[in-house]
Design a protein around this ligand. Structure first.
Ligand code: NAP
Ligand code: ZN
Ligand code: ZN
Length: 346
């Protein structure tokens, strides 16, 4: 299948128009006419090899919202015309305990990434969603509720599920105090979900100008993190803090805000390891954990939750020619709150 999109040809080089082919439909595959693709900070980390060697040419994009344009002979889950979403992975071993538990993202054989990796045949390079079409196995795609705007849905496929999953796993809800560090693409979805689940939600941000938006999205408190003394004076009563910051930072002042048995969940993925002050963990039996996206069933649950509560990502819709500028602005935390490419313009 012929595809048109944008690709990175060499690490850290600007993205350029790119044509390529995708596989013909296998019996369980669906073809997708992509409508919108979100720009995740993980796209930028990989395009710039901030996580180690990458595969080029690379068509990034793992926040994909589109419409089914064709189906393979064995497809039962979708029909032509259905609204469909694809996220960060497109396959997994399907046999290990994680896969069987619906936690395909933690597949012990390794999930198959949507791009910057090989498909399960070990040789076909997977190419992502900054393009006009896509081919995916029906088991690795989800249905988009009919009431939701497609541009605002695309970021839910990564940013949305990545924050929904830890909020559910650690029991965020009424009577719980949740903190979200960083009000970017991931962080603003964490804020919306935490508020919708009924938790008292505090945003920690290094951008004072984002306070008004944060409150409009449901924040009970907004704390500017530039001055660490401000953090030190806050009550140490958080149950859960989700760190979505994409850059290196000092975690200890945030660990110190957790109450007994509270958890700081690492979600942001800067290329460098963190340091942590051990007594901050011992003192109140606090934990540091991590969380990575979510499984297919939970992604569907998240989208249905969004449909019910009318939750969408705040997006700036852009044309393909603006992708490189969007990358620069994302790195400067200058996006409200996710860039989404109108892929119908490729
Ligand atoms: P993003 O839109 O760029 O948001 C990151 C936010 O972090 C910024 O908006 C900013 O918020 C804050 N920030 C950035 N630089 C900072 C600095 N130098 N000091 C303090 N705060 C800073 O990125 P994203 O797409 O949300 O992704 C965030 C991170 O999560 C990335 O590292 C990405 O790779 C990772 N990620 C992880 C998963 C997973 O499964 N765990 C999934 C997707 C992405 P303020 O302006 O409010 O401070
Ligand atoms: Zn992502
Ligand atoms: Zn598996």
């Amino acid at each position: 299948m012929q595809s048109k999109g944008y690709a990175v040809l060499e690490a850290s080089k600007p993205l350029v128009p790119f044509t390529f082919t995708r596989r013909e439909l296998r019996p369980a595959d669906v073809a997708v006419a992509i409508e919108y693709a979100g720009i995740c900070h993980s796209d930028i980390h990989q395009a710039r090899e901030e996580w180690g060697p990458a595969i080029f040419p690379m068509v990034p994009g793992h926040e994909i919202a589109g419409v089914v344009s064709a189906i393979g002979s064995a497809v039962t889950k979708f029909k032509v015309g259905d609204r469909i979403g694809v996220g960060v992975f497109i396959d997994s071993c399907r046999e290990c305990s994680s896969c069987k538990a619906g936690l395909e993202q933690y597949c012990t054989q390794g999930m198959t990434g949507t791009y910057n990796g090989y498909e399960r045949d070990g040789k076909t390079v997977a190419q992502g969603g900054y393009s006009d079409n896509f081919v995916v196995d029906q088991d690795y795609a989800v249905k988009i509720p009919s009431n939701l705007d497609m541009a605002g849905v695309a970021p839910l496929l990564c940013a949305g599920i990545t924050l929904y999953s830890p909020l559910k796993n650690w029991g965020a809800g009424k009577g719980k105090k949740v903190g979200v560090i960083g009000l970017g693409g991931l962080g603003h979805m964490g804020l919306k979900f935490s508020a919708a689940l009924g938790a008292h939600t505090t945003v920690f941000s290094h951008s004072p100008s984002k306070e008004k938006d944060a409150r409009a999205m449901g924040a009970d408190d907004f704390v500017v993190t530039k001055d660490l003394d401000t953090l030190a004076k806050l009550p140490k009563d958080f149950d859960l803090i989700l760190n979505t910051v994409s850059a290196d930072m000092d975690l200890t002042p945030f660990v110190d805000l957790l109450q007994l048995d509270g958890t700081l969940v690492l979600i942001g993925l800067p290329g460098k390891p963190y340091e942590i002050n051990t007594p901050s963990l011992l003192g109140q039996r606090r934990s540091i954990s991590g969380s990575m996206i979510g499984g297919i069933a939970e992604t569907q649950e998240m989208l249905d939750f969004c449909g019910k509560h009318n939750i969408l990502s705040e997006v700036e819709v852009i044309e393909p020619g603006y992708i490189n500028e969007a990358y620069e602005r994302t790195v400067k935390s200058d996006v409200k709150y996710r860039f989404v490419i109108d892929t119908k313009k490729f």
